[in-house]
Design a binder for this molecule. Structure first.
Ligand code: 3H9
Length: 697
């Protein structure tokens, strides 16, 4: 294997190059290589300055996250950076791509920084439940103003080179070849006997920091980033930078970093980082599976879903043909999309030019014949098999051979939908989540006959439209909505047994869910579940009398949720803030009485178990049936589609963290009380018997 750190001397300047694909992470071999290179350069009298650069697509993207949680191989990064800090000749960092985390900390330790204009810098450790652990919290506030340093470190956002230069974090932008410019910069520093600009020698400017500044900042961040501990640790470390000398601050930062590294929050967020990167990999699909080209997309249905889906493609530069049956509906859809771009422009989130160009890629039509040139057609019409059959038969008729035909169904059988065409190999599900242009998740539903290249194309497309995607097999509700059923069922029964909507919601909020089940029901519309239950009854399926008992009564009263101003809660006109409504308590009490259910006090612990354990149990069944490829995919679905707290790592990671044996015992207790809806998944039983965790699968 070639050395990850190499040196080449050009006149008086030593060029140190890190080459550790894919992202030049600071693995043990890189740290060792850097340490050796600087030790040799320090002793070499003909070396008057050093340029540190990276080969490949980016400057160092940070510490090697795969090493976290394992015994640390020396030298530690702070030791290597100490060597660079105290190096007696000028060191210039040459930045391209993304200089992140330990990578940006390395650059901050160098005495000067030059970057390509397209480079980005940042300290994203907070997103991994950490704080910068190699001087970032002590050096950055010395180099730039404290408030900007706080903003960068607490948000973890990437800052483009020109902004970083305006802040003072970068000294120069390279106009031509980065390495040449960096070498010239180093020579210039030597020629001018420029001082070694060490952050460690600089003072923090606290002039604009008032006595209550940090306390106020903490409160504000605690509100915005509910349940997260890492942002608070970041603030603490930066506050320390304003009060303690550099060396002491560095020591404190390290202590906080090691504490965070051992936290369950960081373990969960690191798990999510790798889970999201693994999700698009389809185990039985070779990496080199050919892909079809997607140059134009057709969308059937210009409602909320269809318009949202269209925006994804328009933003990615892919033209869209939007189809509706009636001109009023089409116009409404086009207006929705236009309103989105107007809003982007008004809020300064998108330039006028870009927004106009995106909108110009949209064509509306009332005629299926205009789908003759689409490479991908996505149906987003009413959830009814007969309607879907009609749409797919039509698509089969008008679309060119090789076009991919996708359904956005959230429950229906994609195999049956595919059977309406003469080309089931070209059919798959693309289950977007509402609002489709905002939610990151996409379930890609692989039907029995979906061709490999169709699936491979869909997985590649995820990246193009900025989604995180997971493959699901065909079953009722796929991964996410199938799991949601038990969650919703138990929430409904808990209401009847004595919990109030706000008690259930606030318990789930405290657990970290973005929204409790009642508020979520009101947002989605209670009529949707009611209709689904009615359809099940009509199909001859048994629906338990407790299933949706309260919701169905509310729907009968016209309380459909936010859209009718009333659901489990009441809403003032134009507001989404739920207000408690005693009328609902009466409905619940009456429903319980009719069903002969005695109401009692219900603990927070019971609410949590009754809602979360069915998720875990159903997920185990989903895994066993091969509907999901791996446990971490299920975590990706629930974090990105259902507001499961990232700092708990998703339902599977959470289950592992509390222990499968205790979950199984509790599930069995509930089974005794409530019957077979609580039947434990055989996989869960097996894992407990074998002393394993989901992550062992
Ligand atoms: C840190 O630095 C702590 C210090 O303060 C203190 C230390 C003492 N390590 O995302 P991609 C892999 S904490 C190991 O698909 P992109 C990734 O798994 C770190 N591996 O590409 C993937 O592997 P695979 C702070 C890493 O172009 C491949 O690289 N830094 C690391 O969309 C490509 O990744 C961060 O948090 C890593 N650090 O985005 C930065 N980073 O191909 C984290 C990536 O096998 N990284 N990989 O699936 C990123 O944000 C993005 O990866 C990046 C590239 C923007 C760099």
């Amino acid at each position: 294997m070639s050395e990850p750190v190499t040196c080449k001397q050009h006149d008086s300047v030593l060029l140190i190059t890190i080459d550790n694909p894919p992202v030049n992470a600071l693995s043990a071999a890189v740290r060792l290589g850097l340490s050796k290179a600087f030790a040799v350069a320090e002793q070499e009298p003909t070396v008057k300055a050093v340029v540190l650069r990276c080969a490949g697509r980016t400057f160092i993207a940070g510490a090697d996250i795969t090493e976290f949680g394992k015994p640390m191989q020396p030298p530690a990064l702070p030791e290597v950076l100490d060597q660079i800090d105290t190096f007696t000749k000028p060191v210039v960092a040459a930045l391209h791509g993304t200089a992140l985390g330990g990578g940006f900390e390395t650059a901050l330790t160098c005495h000067y920084r030059i970057a390509e204009a397209s480079a980005r810098v940042g300290l994203p450790e907070v997103k991994l439940g950490l704080l910068p652990g190699s001087g970032g919290t002590q050096r950055l506030p010395r180099l730039i103003d404290v408030k900007s340093a706080l903003d960068m470190i607490v948000s973890g956002r990437q800052v483009a080179a020109p902004e970083a230069m305006a802040l003072g974090a970068i000294d120069r932008i390279a106009e031509g070849d980065l390495t040449e410019q960096a070498m010239a910069y180093a020579r210039e520093l030597v020629d001018n006997s420029a001082p070694l600009r060490r952050c460690s020698d600089m003072a923090v400017n606290t002039a604009d920091i008032g006595a209550t500044f940090f306390a106020e900042y903490r409160t504000q961040v605690a509100k915005q980033q509910r349940g997260l501990e890492a942002p608070q640790a970041c603030i603490e470390a930066i506050e320390i930078a304003t009060t303690l000398p550099f060396a002491e601050g560095l020591k404190k930062e390290r202590e906080l970093f090691l504490e965070r590294m051992a936290s369950s929050e960081s373990a969960a967020l690191r798990h999510v980082f790798f889970a999201e990167r693994q999700a698009p990999v389809v185990t039985d699909l070779p990496r080199d599976t050919p892909k079809r080209e997607i140059r134009r997309v057709g969308i059937i249905g210009a409602g909320t879903m269809g318009s949202g889906i269209a925006i994804n493609f328009l933003n990615a530069g892919i033209p869209v043909t939007l189809l509706e049956m009636k001109s009023e509906a089409l116009e409404r859809g086009i207006k929705t999309i236009q309103a989105y771009y107007d809003d982007r422009k008004a809020k300064g989130r998108m330039s006028e030019e870009k927004a106009n160009a995106c909108f110009a890629r949209l064509a509306g039509t009332l005629d299926y014949a205009d789908f003759n040139d689409v490479d991908l057609a996505i149906e987003a019409v009413f959830e009814n098999m007969a309607v879907k059959h009609e749409v797919f038969a039509k698509l089969d008729e008008v679309c060119k051979p090789g076009a991919i035909l996708a359904t956005n169904t959230s429950y229906l059988d994609v195999n049956q939908i595919a059977a309406a065409t003469s080309r089931p190999q070209d059919v798959l599900g693309l289950h977007f989540f509402s609002p489709a242009h905002v939610m990151r998740l996409l379930e890609v539903v692989r039907a029995d006959k979906t061709a490999d290249d169709v699936l491979a194309t869909a997985m590649k497309l995820l990246g193009t439209i900025g989604k995180v995607g997971v493959v699901s097999g065909v079953c009722d509700g796929f991964i996410g909505n199938r799991m949601l059923k038990g969650y919703g069922r138990e929430a409904g029964i808990l209401l009847l047994e004595g919990a109030s909507p706000s008690q259930i919601d606030s318990t789930m909020n405290r657990f970290g869910m973005a929204m409790g089940p009642m508020a979520m029901g009101d947002l989605a519309g209670l009529d949707i579940g009611s209709r689904a239950r009615e359809e099940r009854r009509q199909r001859g399926e048994t629906v338990s009398p407790t299933d949706g008992a309260v919701a169905d009564r509310l729907v009968e009263m016209g309380r459909l949720g936010q859209k009718s101003g009333k659901g489990y809660y009441r809403y003032e006109a134009g507001s989404r803030k739920p207000i408690l409504d005693p009328e609902v308590d009466t409905v619940i009490e009456q429903a319980a009485k009719q069903l002969g259910i005695e109401r009692r006090d219900i603990s927070e612990e019971e609410i949590l178990q009754r809602l979360i354990y069915p998720l875990i149990n159903e997920a185990a069944k989903i895994l066993e049936e091969g509907i999901a490829q791996r446990p971490s995919d299920i975590d990706v679905v629930w974090i990105n589609g259902y507001g499961f707290p990232t700092y708990r790592g998703g339902p599977m990671h959470y289950a592992d963290s509390i222990g499968l044996a205790s979950i199984l015992t509790t599930i069995k207790q509930y089974q005794q009380r409530y019957g077979d809806t609580w039947q434990a998944a055989p996989l869960l039983e097996r894992l407990v018997q074998e002393g394993k965790r989901f992550s062992d699968l």
